[in-house]
Design a protein around this ligand. Structure first.
Ligand code: FE2
Length: 358
C-alpha cells in the first residue's frame, strides 16, 4: 500500500506567552525564529512564532482574546503540544481514509492561500486533545500561507530532525490507539515493551511504538501499568487532565557537542542515579565516543543487535510535569533505549517524590 503520510511537517505548542516561550526555545535550544503570524500580519486573534533548527519546525501559539477557545485548552493542559502536523501527498485522500478508519474530523480539506501560493490542509483528532493536521504543500515556497517571514537567529546546538514523538494515553487505552493509528494513518506496530521491560521497584508502564513503513514517523504510545506507587504516566495524565504528548525526541549528529551547548544554555536534564556508569561499558561495549565525556555530560547509552544509541532527557519544559524533550543520536540502533528505562525511571520517580506525586 502506498504510504498515506510522510514526515512531521511541524509541531504546534499552545503556550500562555508565545513571545517568552519563543525566546526560551531560541536561547536554550538554538532555534531560529523564521516566521510570525499575529495582529501585525492580519490575524488579531492569536500570535504564532515559527521556530526552526535543521528540519525541526515548531509553532508556538498563544491566544490573544479572552474568549478564544484555546484558553480552555490552556486551562486544562497548560503549555503543551496541540498539533503534530504531518506531510501528505494527497490531503483529500489521506483525510478520507482516516475518517473512514474511524478518525474524528476537526477540519475537512481546505485551501490556504496568500500571494506566494496555496497549501491544502485537513485536521483530525487523535488522543486527548491533540490534533494531526495533514499538510499538502504543493510547491509553496515559505512556511505556510499567512505567516510573514522573519529572521531572528539562534545559535544552533546541532539538532537536526524529529526522531520520534511520544503520546501518553490513559490506563488500558494503548491498544485502542495502536489500532487507531493503523486504521487511520496506516502506521503499523513497530515494537512493544511490557511492564516487565519498563518497571522499577515501585512503578510501571507499557509502551508500543507505531511507525510508518519507511520508519520516518515513529510514535511510541505509553499507558500506565499497576505498580506499588503511581506510574509516571498516571502523574502525567493527572497533570495534563487527559492523554497528551509526553516528549519530543530531537536527533543530532554529535550528542557530545549538542549536550555541551544545551547545558551551557541552561537546559535542565535528568540526572541518572549514581552507579549508572558502573556497569554501563560492560553492557554496551565499545562506542565511538569518549567514555569519560559521555559520563561527565550525563549522557545515557544503550545497545541492541543493530548498534547503539546515545540519549538524554530534559526535565519538564514547563511547570506542570508534562512535556519534556529528548536529545538522541543513533549509531545503528533503531530502538528507544530499553536498557536505560530502569535507571531513567528511578530518576523520574525521585522527581515525582519531590513533587509529592509518588
Ligand atoms: Fe523517546
Amino acid at each position: 500500500m502506498e504510504q498515506l503520510v510522510g514526515k512531521v511537517h511541524h509541531v504546534e505548542l499552545v503556550v500562555g506567552n508565545a513571545k517568552q516561550a519563543a525566546y526560551y526555545y531560541r536561547k536554550a535550544f538554538g532555534f531560529d525564529q523564521v516566521a510570525y503570524r499575529g495582529p501585525e500580519t492580519g490575524d488579531p486573534t492569536r500570535a504564532s512564532y515559527v521556530l526552526r533548527q535543521g528540519d525541526i519546525w515548531m509553532i508556538l501559539t498563544t491566544p490573544l482574546h479572552h474568549l478564544d477557545s484555546l484558553n480552555n485548552w490552556l486551562t486544562l493542559h497548560g503549555d503543551g503540544v496541540r498539533d503534530i502536523a504531518l506531510e501528505v501527498a494527497d490531503v483529500d485522500a489521506a483525510y478520507a481514509h482516516a475518517v473512514a478508519g474511524g478518525a474524528v474530523g476537526e477540519a475537512p480539506p481546505r485551501d490556504h492561500q496568500d500571494a506566494a501560493g496555496t497549501v491544502r490542509t485537513a485536521t483530525i483528532r487523535t488522543f486527548g486533545e491533540v490534533l494531526h493536521t495533514m499538510v499538502q504543500r504543493r510547491d509553496y515556497p515559505g512556511f505556510l500561507p499567512g505567516f510573514a517571514p522573519c529572521e531572528v537567529r539562534g545559535i544552533p546546538t546541532g539538532l537536526t530532525f524529529i526522531d520520534h514523538i511520544v503520546g501518553n494515553v490513559e490506563d488500558r487505552q494503548m491498544e485502542r490507539w495502536v489500532d487507531w493509528y493503523d486504521r487511520t494513518l496506516g502506521l503499523g506496530r513497530f515494537v512493544s515493551y511490557d511492564d516487565k521491560d519498563i518497571s522499577t521497584e515501585y512503578t510501571a508502564l507499557r509502551s508500543t511504538v507505531v511507525a510508518s513503513a519507511d520508519r520516518v514517523l515513529k510514535f511510541p504510545l505509553n499507558e500506565p501499568a499497576d505498580g506499588l506507587r503511581k506510574s509516571q504516566i498516571q502523574e502525567y495524565i493527572d497533570a495534563n487532565v487527559t492523554a497528551g504528548v509526553q516528549h519530543i525526541a530531537l536527533a543530532c549528529d554529535d550528542i557530545l557537542a549538542a549536550i555541551t551547548a544545551l547545558r551551557a544554555n541552561g537546559v535542565e536534564f535528568l540526572t541518572v542515579p549514581r552507579g549508572y556508569y558502573g556497569n554501563l561499558w560492560d553492557r554496551v561495549g565499545e562506542i565511538g565516543e569518549d567514555r569519560d565525556r559521555v559520563r561527565d555530560l550525563g549522557i545515557l547509552v544503550d545497545r541492541d543487535d543493530q548498534g547503539y544509541l546515545l540519549q538524554l532527557f530534559t526535565r519538564p519544559v514547563q511547570d506542570r510535569p508534562t512535556l519534556f524533550i529528548e536529545i538522541i543520536q543513533r549509531r545503528g540502533s533503531n530502538s528507544f533505549g530499553k536498557g536505560n528505562f530502569k535507571a531513567l525511571f528511578e530518576t523520574i520517580e525521585q522527581e515525582q517524590a519531590l513533587r509529592g506525586n509518588l
